[in-house]
Design a binder for this molecule. Structure first.
Ligand code: PMP
Length: 450
């Protein structure tokens, strides 16, 4: 690799970064991360900080997981790639699909369709949902319902079901036939309802109204994150997802649970659906499936959907969809090792225990700092909303958010800023001491807000 000066000189020059303005990046280049160990990362200037972002919600096992590294190396030696398109398969993909069916047995998942990441998994679920209805002779069921503030990746399908204007506007027109209903977000919602259970009921009623308006027999599926991640860690009341399941059942609408963030323990349970006992028709997973060590995702398929495809006698049953890297053997080998470690270390339990400590620390910060308008979270996914005025909930500006993140970094903690929110999703291997460090970093950052 070229030397450090070369990297610094070329930082943000020949590369365009995701979710960023190219000119802004050139003017203010990003931190170059050079190394990772445990839950810590070291930048190009040699500064080591605790990664409270966990890569991007994905590095659940931290940066030093030898079993994953070794599994990748072994698979590279044995077979670095072979296709899973009709006619050939590979050992790790068969084995990982088998493991995933065990892992998500309580959610009723029986099949895996492998992808290269979360956006691919969402795209796959949307396509298979439409195809399901074609096989069943209800070709009019093509529409999708989704929640405002939901995030479902960046492909055209995913962007279309996305509920955030800033991921949609520059790319319109998006896919027609997608309709959004309010998110059960107590801090900001159109009903001015702060009681979580009442808000869940109101949001469920809005879904019912939209279905009545569209006509149930035109709707293929409803997609939702059990806990909305990128939209600001919006934690619905525990009754909400069961209400959605019930509505979908009554109207025969498929339910897609987007578990790209919530899968594999981050919430304290092995999935967001499992938190409330809901069995979706599809689940989308990615990120922590390899702890971020290799790009991989999957769309998981329930028995109900699998039966329709596997018993198909129409001309609609063949899956005309897939990726060169569907079932990549190195990715699947990484996934097998990551899942084994995740289970061995009971990361779900650590996420629940450390998450409780984090929640207590965040409440204390809210008491201490007037700029904290709201704190929320579940397990090791959490958000702080930073406001200029608690009464009006007016968000602070970009500069203030940058000051907070910089001051926290100087205090030894990497934070992620999204709009006026600080998003926390540390590796699930963090200790009680790490949670205290994150709280100290936030405290230092918030002190710089005013
Ligand atoms: N769905 C959800 C819920 C996500 O949070 C994300 C990514 N943060 C995606 C889909 C897209 O995943 P990817 O970035 O791997 O394409």
């Amino acid at each position: 690799m070229r030397d450090i000066n070369f990297l610094s000189e070329n930082n943000a020059k020949p590369i365009w970064h995701p979710m960023a303005h190219p000119a802004e990046m050139r003017a203010s280049p990003p931190r170059v991360i050079m190394q990772g160990e445990g839950a810590m990362v070291t930048d190009i200037d040699g500064r080591t900080v605790l990664d409270a972002v966990g890569g991007l919600w994905n590095v659940n096992l931290g940066y030093s997981c030898d079993p994953i590294k070794q599994a990748i190396a072994r698979q590279l030696d044995a077979l670095p790639y072979y296709s899973g398109f009709r006619g050939t398969s590979t050992g790790p993909s068969i084995e990982l699909a088998y493991e995933l069916a065990q892992w998500f047995e309580p959610e009723g998942m029986v099949r895996s369709f492998f992808t290269s990441g979360g956006s691919d998994s969402v795209e796959t679920a949307l396509r298979l949902a439409r195809q399901y209805w074609k096989i069943r002779g209800q070709a009019d069921r093509t529409k999708f319902l989704a929640l405002k503030k939901g995030y479902h990746g960046t492909h055209f399908g995913g962007a279309s079901v996305n509920g955030n204007a800033n991921f949609r506007r520059n790319y319109e027109p998006l896919m027609p036939g997608v309709f959004h209903t309010p998110a059960p977000w107590t801090y900001r919602n159109p009903f001015d309802e702060t009681d979580p259970a009442k808000l869940a009921a109101l949001c469920a009623r809005a879904i019912e109204e939209e279905i009545a308006f569209q006509g149930a027999d035109t709707i293929a599926a409803f997609i939702m994150e059990p806990i909305l991640g990128a939209g600001g860690v919006i934690v619905p009341h525990e009754g909400f997802m069961p209400l959605v399941r019930d509505i979908c059942d009554r109207h025969e609408i498929l339910l897609i649970a987007d578990e790209v963030v919530t899968g594999f323990g981050r919430t304290g349970a092995w999935s967001g659906s499992r938190l409330t006992g809901v069995k979706p028709d599809f689940m989308t997973i990615a990120k922590a499936i390899t702890s971020g060590y290799f790009p991989l995702g999957a769309t998981l398929i329930s028995a109900k959907v699998a039966e329709v495809f596997e018993a198909d006698k129409t001309s609609f049953g063949a899956i005309g969809h897939g990726y060169t890297y569907s079932g990549h053997p190195v990715g699947c080998a990484a996934g097998l090792a990551a899942l084994a470690e995740t289970k061995r270390l009971a990361l779900n339990e650590n996420a629940a225990a450390r998450g409780a400590e984090l929640a207590t620390a965040l409440e204390a910060l809210k008491t201490k700092h007037a700029a904290v308008g709201d704190v929320r979270g579940k397990g090791l996914m959490a958000a702080l909303e930073i406001v200029a005025d608690r009464a009006t909930k007016r968000p602070v500006d970009k500069k203030t958010m940058a000051r907070i993140a910089d001051a926290a970094y100087d205090a030894g903690v990497m934070l992620r800023v999204s709009g006026n929110m600080i998003i926390l999703s540390p590796p699930l291997i963090v200790t009680a001491k790490d949670i205290a460090t994150i709280a100290e970093g936030l405290d230092a950052g918030l002190a710089a807000a005013g």
